[in-house]
Design a protein around this ligand. Structure first.
Ligand SMILES: [Zn+2]
Length: 463
């Protein structure tokens, strides 16, 4: 049995043209399940023919419409017919691009403008914005090679290599970044009444930042480089991700600024920044806002260091013969550490650490090698925690109180963002190596894709 698909095109004037697209030959009485219905190869052929037919018709109509001189309305003579190729999701289409002589009423004209090609003006890029968007999205989600395979498997898209998928992804990333820079530059301060300002302060955006390391391509001066990933959250709104490689971002702070603006932040509004002990992270937030930033040290990172002290103490208590009486006092201090830090008493925590280190120093000179080794380890862990507390003094808060009001105290959600943005696309398992610039650009698209703000934005930017 045969099925023929015909395309009927009807102009607004009622003129109808019919084009035969494809004919499928399939058994009418099937013998296996595989013979039922359309198959992919049929569908690809149909889509390619349909696309070519529609597109050529539209382009021809466009050329005819734009042939008339804008000055006098006369139709200038045809000079020659050329062709142009346009890549689309449904195949590459070759279209006619007639060139017309410039109208007499426009004379004299400079030599280069002696001909007019309306189609060339329409086809301002080699591919449709939609193809570029889909290629960029695939390039951000999966490896460039896999992206090419997926597209070719499902659509009649013309053969492409991973290089072109990469360059499309990069081109879209550059536009996303430029759009962010523009948004960042346009943010202005708005003065609110005190009541409104207080309400805004209650819902102030929280920026959670974390770093991730990406393996560098061979020949790069370092083996790996850092990407900063984060999330801006504000009560009652979906969160906004951002990511950047600082060394290659044109204006790193502008990317964060645009993300903040997306969450309703305005110049001068206070912002909370949660990060681990890296001072560069809150500094980035400060440069993005140019205003007040409340830094908070991530509870998880602090808690891990307390846990290390607790662990070593547990090891000391297991030493035979039973430990000395002063160890019991040190044990009490270790038990209080977590409670003190959770409730914002970091000075008291430092005093407790001082007592524990004092005891550990005494214990290292005891005549017991097992005890001595463990005491040294306790000393090291305590010194580490104390230094961490002192270095981040301005970012320590009453975690308990903040936690009870339902506000975030940890970057765990930022770490999730790192996994989604970096690890899933660039991690070691995939044996991928990146140039800082390539990684930075893919991260721009990936953040937009994962936020769900990519589709329309990418097409608008291409237009
Ligand atoms: Zn004219």
């Amino acid at each position: 049995m045969q099925w023929t698909v015909r395309l009927e095109a009807r102009t607004s004037g009622g003129e109808v043209t019919t084009t035969e697209l494809v004919t499928f030959s399939r058994p009418a009485v099937v013998s296996t399940l595989a013979e039922v219905g359309l198959v992919l190869s049929d569908t690809k052929a149909l889509l390619a023919k349909l696309q070519a037919s529609m597109l050529c018709g539209q382009v021809a109509a466009y050329a005819a419409h734009h042939r008339a001189c804008v000055g006098c309305g006369a139709l200038p003579p045809l000079k020659d017919r050329r062709t142009r190729r346009l890549q689309t999701l449904f195949g590459t289409v070759e279209v006619e691009a007639p060139r017309f002589k410039a109208c007499r009423c426009r004379q004299p004209v400079p030599m280069m403008r002696a001909t007019v090609s309306p189609v060339c003006a329409l086809l301002s890029a080699r591919c449709t914005p939609e193809l570029e968007r889909v290629q960029a999205e695939l390039g951000a989600r999966t490896s460039f090679r896999d992206g090419v395979r997926i597209l070719e498997a499902l659509l009649p898209v013309s053969a492409a290599n991973h290089e072109s998928l990469r360059s499309r992804t990069h081109a879209v990333a550059l536009r996303l970044e430029a759009a962010d820079r523009q948004v960042a530059a346009e943010i202005t301060a708005v003065r609110d009444e005190p009541a409104k300002a207080a309400a805004a302060d209650e819902r102030r955006p929280v920026v959670m930042l974390d770093g991730a390391y990406i393996r560098a391509v061979p020949g790069h001066q370092v083996r790996s480089f850092e990407a900063i990933c984060g999330k801006v959250e504000r009560e009652g709104q979906p969160s906004r991700r951002f990511a950047l490689v600082r060394s290659v971002a044109e204006q790193p702070h502008a990317l964060l600024r645009a993300a903040l603006q997306d969450q309703g932040w305005r110049e001068g509004d206070p912002v909370t920044a949660i990060s681990d002990g890296d001072p560069a992270l809150p500094a980035l937030v400060r440069s993005a806002t140019g205003g007040p930033v409340e830094p908070i040290l991530d509870w998880f990172h602090l808690s891990m260091r307390v846990h290390h002290v607790e662990q070593v103490m547990g090891g000391l208590r297991a030493v035979e013969p039973p430990p000395l009486a002063p160890l019991d006092r040190a044990q009490i201090d270790v038990e209080r550490l977590r409670h003190l830090l959770w409730n914002g008493h970091h000075e008291k925590a430092c005093e407790a650490l001082g007592r524990i280190t004092g005891w550990a120093k005494d214990a290292t000179v005891l005549d017991d090698p097992a005890m001595e080794a463990r005491a040294k380890r306790l000393l090291a862990r305590c010194t580490e925690l104390q230094a961490y507390i002192e270095n981040n003094e301005g970012a320590l808060i009453d975690y308990g109180q903040r936690y009870r009001t339902g506000k975030p105290i940890s970057t765990s959600r930022a770490e999730g963002t790192v996994n989604q943005l970096v690890s899933a696309r660039m991690n070691k398992c995939q044996q991928m190596r990146w140039s800082p610039q390539g990684a930075h650009r893919v991260l721009q698209v990936r953040a937009a894709v994962l936020d769900g703000r990519f589709g329309n934005q990418a097409i608008q930017l291409a237009a």
